[in-house]
Design a protein around this ligand. Structure first.
Ligand code: NDP
Ligand code: BG6
Length: 510
């Protein structure tokens, strides 16, 4: 990660005694929560440790519970990446942290927070510009009062204020529009950062380069050559006590409507006029506008049941989670087929699959090419596939046909393989949240969701979600630890993706 111009400038303009000329405070709203402990504090630590934040940045936690910094540190401990020799730096990081407790729905708490921020700013860079970044790691039920109170009491008096909003951004078109209107009445678009952490992942950021910096892809990236695109998200665990939250949203809202749809946009969009955030987001919106709303016949919904002979958690189905309401029909798996009605993609199915409690952890984009026209090899050719493995073990590989090596005259399915752990051995890939938090300091909104993108995304999903909920559509059952319902494979085959099961891969070790 490069240091930002803004960060570099702020550092270069430090006064001779080392005090910064600008103060920066990062405020974690919901500091006592799960996201804060698992992701936000660990990422802030890494950014601080490696010098990717402006010098002297301070971190303030805010939540209802009474907490001390040692307690906060203890909660994050299992998630902090600390190597030998970094203990002193870690001490330094926590010495930059403070905590204020207060309610989310009363302005008094925010006035107290503001006083604490002013004190920090006056001590770090008296009379100098003071910038504030607020991270809303909070349940959606308090988004509105918290943003209202930030606006009323906590905006910086002498610098910028930026607000990072976590998903879910509403639960359908209407509620999302209400939230958008609310946020727009408080903040300017350039102050708002709607985070979708998939946009911070290495291979997702790679998509633009793979597509637009390689002459060999552009001419074949269309309906004439591509048969289907499959975008998959799988997790090998269930809702793990998070069932209460999950049940209100379901897998479509949790993963498909945001993370997977963002991937679809980056795969399908036209080349932007430039790599500026607005040009890229304009192209994403154009793709979304060409997708018609999903219908029931486009989807298969599933819910996991326990594996009777499984071990531990595998034995429990979704409905066995005590935090899930009895008889819930919330889907934990969904497969859906999208059609993009534009000149490039008309007729090419874009298939999404996502689910919890499946056989593996995997997120990937699979572009399957068409059959070879005028086959001279007696049906031996298999369709080429270009696969971008987002996680784990980031890789880009192209499944190709080759002559069997040696005296054999037959053919073999093999691959051109760019495995990151082999090719880029010494590079460590930052966590998605690290990149995105750094982007907020840089004022770079490229990897954040714009309000019109959000509105289009909800337009595609809202009628389906309402139908599922109003008619209480029962999902099909699938077993914990499997590949999901067979009905999903049938849907995908009907849509045109062909799976032969003839490919086998052996990992290279060096
Ligand atoms: P496969 O042809 O084995 O699988 C293709 C896809 O078909 C997968 O997405 C699979 O995923 C899906 N599938 C499996 N069964 C069915 C079915 N009955 N109906 C419809 N779809 C089905 O090729 P892969 O590209 O997946 O390669 C096999 C393995 O080799 C993978 O683990 C891959 O990661 C690995 N590999 C790794 C490379 C690297 O790291 N550089 C390079 C090349 C290969 P799903 O179960 O999710 O539906
Ligand atoms: C979150 C979802 O947005 O993404 C979770 O709410 C999911 O349910 C998570 O587990 C997956 O993120 P990652 O980065 O682990 O793939």
């Amino acid at each position: 990660m490069a240091k930002s111009r803004e960060v570099a400038e702020a550092e270069a303009s430090s006064v001779p005694d080392g005090a910064p000329n600008v103060s920066y405070v990062f405020i974690v709203m919901g500091a006592s929560g799960d996201l804060a402990k698992k992701k936000i504090y660990p990422c802030l630590w890494v950014l601080f440790r490696d010098g990717y934040l402006p010098t002297g940045t301070k971190f303030v936690g805010y939540a209802r519970s009474n907490m001390t910094i040692p307690q906060l540190r203890e909660r994050s401990k299992p998630f902090l990446k600390v190597k030998d020799g970094q203990e002193a730096r870690l001490e330094e990081f926590f010495s930059m942290c403070s905590y204020v407790s207060g309610p989310y729905d009363k302005v008094e708490g925010f006035q107290k927070l503001d006083q604490a921020l002013i004190k920090i700013e006056d001590e770090s860079a008296p009379g100098k510009p003071a910038n504030r970044v607020f991270y809303l790691a909070l349940p959606p039920s308090v988004f509105m009062p918290v943003t209202e109170n930030i606006k009323a009491a906590c905006m910086s008096k002498r610098g910028y204020s930026r607000v990072i909003v976590e998903k879910p951004f509403g639960r359908d078109s209407e509620s999302s529009a209400v939230l958008s209107r609310h946020l727009t009445s408080l903040f300017k678009e350039e102050e708002m950062y709607r985070i979708d952490h998939y946009l911070g992942k290495e291979m997702v950021q790679n998509l633009m380069v793979l597509r637009f910096a390689n002459a060999m892809f552009q001419p074949v990236w269309n309906r004439n050559n591509i048969n289907a695109v499959v975008i998959t998200f799988k997790e090998p665990f269930g809702t793990k006590g998070r069932g209460g939250y999950f049940d209100e949203f379901g897998i479509i809202r949790d993963v498909m409507q945001n993370h997977l749809l963002q991937l679809l946009c980056l795969v399908a969009m036209e080349k932007p006029a430039s790599i500026s955030p607005e040009d890229i987001r304009d192209e994403k919106v154009k793709v979304l506008k060409c997708i018609r709303p999903l219908e029931m016949s486009d989807v298969v919904l599933g819910q996991y049941v326990g594996k009777p002979d499984g071990e531990g958690e595998e034995r429990d189905g979704y409905l066995d989670d005590p935090t899930v309401p009895k008889g819930s029909v919330t889907p934990t798996f969904a497969a859906a087929v999208f059609h993009i009605k534009n000149e490039r993609w008309d007729g090419v199915p874009f298939i999404m699959k996502c689910g919890k409690a499946l056989n593996e952890r995997k997120a990937e984009i699979r572009v399957q090419y068409r059959d070879i026209p005028g086959d001279i090899f007696h049906g031996q050719c298999r369709r080429n596939e270009f696969v971008i493995r987002v996680q784990p073990k980031e890789a880009v590989y192209m499944k190709v046909m080759a002559k069997k090596p040696g005296r054999d005259t037959g053919m073999v399915e093999t691959e051109l393989d760019l495995s990151y752990h082999l090719r880029f051995k010494d590079v460590s890939l930052p966590d998605a949240y690290e990149r995105l938090i750094q982007d907020v300091f840089l004022g770079n909104q490229m990897n954040f969701v714009r309000s019109d993108e959000l509105a289009e995304a909800w337009r595609v999903f809202t009628p389906l979600l309402h139908r599922i909920e109003n008619d209480k559509i029962a999902p099909v059952q699938y077993q914990y630890g499997g590949r999901g319902p067979k009905e999903a494979d049938e849907l995908i085959a009907r849509a045109g993706y062909s799976y032969t099961g003839t490919y086998s891969w052996k990992s290279a070790t060096s």
